[in-house]
Design a binder for this molecule. Structure first.
Ligand code: ATP
Ligand code: MG
Length: 369
């Protein structure tokens, strides 16, 4: 740490004045002392050169020359050899001041350059590190994508391998069922067997759809029409559960751009969940409305609701609280709705029923044609 410029200059001035006073006040009869004082001038000169470079060194040696010269001229004048020697010393002061200043300056410039190079290197190192981190992250993503695609391929193979024997099991079960009359316990067992094979088939198909989303047919479809179809589809099930299912039609007949079949599948998953949740004597209500950005379809039930802990997991594939659930319903539904540029939201509190809100973007006027 160098002292501030001002104090450095003051120190140099003090040095020069001090040494000069020694010269002026020491009697000439003590020439050896004058010799020592003469050399002392090198101290401020070299210091000035080190601190302020070429100009500083030279300025200091000139200042020394100016204050020292009268002493030679007026006090030593007459001792010719001594005088000459001292004038020579003045020349040396200036040479030493200039050269030391020059060298110090060069040294300083080089160290600044080195510092800049070091800073540049550090920056490059940082950039390199960032890049390598990015590469690592991309590699990780690639690895995950690869895993997923391998999983998708495995699922396809597995689905194929499982579906065929399932078909045979179902076919033979149906043949066997014909041998018994409804009401016969064996008939019921075979019914269960058929239903279970159907469920297994659905699980495999759902899984396949999750792992490998098939591009559907995109066209303009009417939300109300799909909802009507669903209500018809599940009406019998609702009656069996003694749940009142109602669809409040919307005067606007919302239309969206998408794959009608997939949307129907998404709505169906939500409605089935609602029907399963509603108690006997309860109700499931579907309403549609126009919002600022699109259409909102609300599926409300007065079932037990979903507590916060469960709610954070309901979109996870395979998360289910039902003994015969697959836990894929809402995961698939979310994927479908988001694939249509929409949003899926679940509003629920334990004991207060559940409302599932689907928001879909509205169709531009031009798109309807
Ligand atoms: N309307 C609802 N009321 C209460 N809980 C619900 C409702 N909808 C979903 N849930 C909860 O979310 C979980 C996940 O639902 P999801 O539809 O994904 O799977 P699932 O119904 O259990 O099985 P799957 O639909 O595949 O037969 C359900 O197990 C249930 O706990
Ligand atoms: Mg479900």
């Amino acid at each position: 740490m160098k002292p501030p410029v001002k104090s450095r200059i003051s120190l140099l001035a003090l040095f020069i004045i001090g040494i000069s006073l020694l010269h002026y006040l020491t009697p000439l009869q003590l020439p050896f002392l004058h010799d020592i004082f003469q050399r002392l001038y090198y101290l401020p000169i070299i210091l000035a050169a080190l601190w302020f470079g070429f100009r500083g060194g030279l300025a200091c040696s000139l200042a020394v020359s100016i204050v020292y010269a009268p002493h030679i001229l007026f006090q030593w004048g007459g001792h010719l050899t001594m005088e000459m020697e001292k004038y020579l010393e003045i020349v040396l002061y200036n040479i030493v001041g200039g050269i030391t200043g020059l060298l110090a300056q060069r040294e300083r410039e080089r160290s600044i350059e080195l510092q800049k190079t070091a800073e540049g290197l550090e920056e490059s190192y940082k950039k390199l590190q960032e890049q390598s981190e990015r590469i690592l992250a991309i590699e990780e993503q690639l690895r995950r994508a690869e895993k997923l695609s391998t999983l998708g391929e495995m699922a396809a193979v597995l689905a194929h391998e499982i579906r065929n024997p399932l078909g045979s099991i179902r076919g033979t079960a149906e043949i066997l069922r014909d041998d018994f009359k409804p009401g016969d316990p064996k008939y019921e067992f075979i019914e269960i067997q058929i239903k279970e094979t159907e469920r297994l088939n659905r699980v495999v198909e759902d899984f396949l759809r999750m792992a490998r989303p098939q591009p559907g047919e995109i066209k303009v479809c009417s939300v109300m029409e799909e909802l009507d179809t669903i209500v018809t589809l599940v009406a019998k099930d609702a009656r069996k559960r003694q749940v009142k299912l109602s669809l409040e039609s919307c005067p606007e007949r919302p239309e969206v751009r998408g794959d009608g079949e997939k949307l129907r599948q998404a709505f169906l998953n939500i409605v089935i969940n609602a029907l399963q949740a509603a108690p006997a004597g309860g109700s499931v209500t579907i309403t549609t409305s126009r919002t600022d950005s699109g259409y909102e379809i609300r599926f409300s039930d007065n079932g037990p609701g979903i507590d916060a802990g469960t709610q954070s997991r309901i979109f996870e594939p395979f998360f289910t609280t039902k003994p015969d659930g697959t836990g894929l319903g809402l995961a698939i539904t979310k994927k479908i709705i988001e694939g249509h540029g929409g949003k899926l939201e679940v509003v629920s509190k334990a004991g207060q029923g559940t409302t599932v809100i689907v928001s879909l973007p509205v169709l531009d006027e031009g798109e309807k044609a």
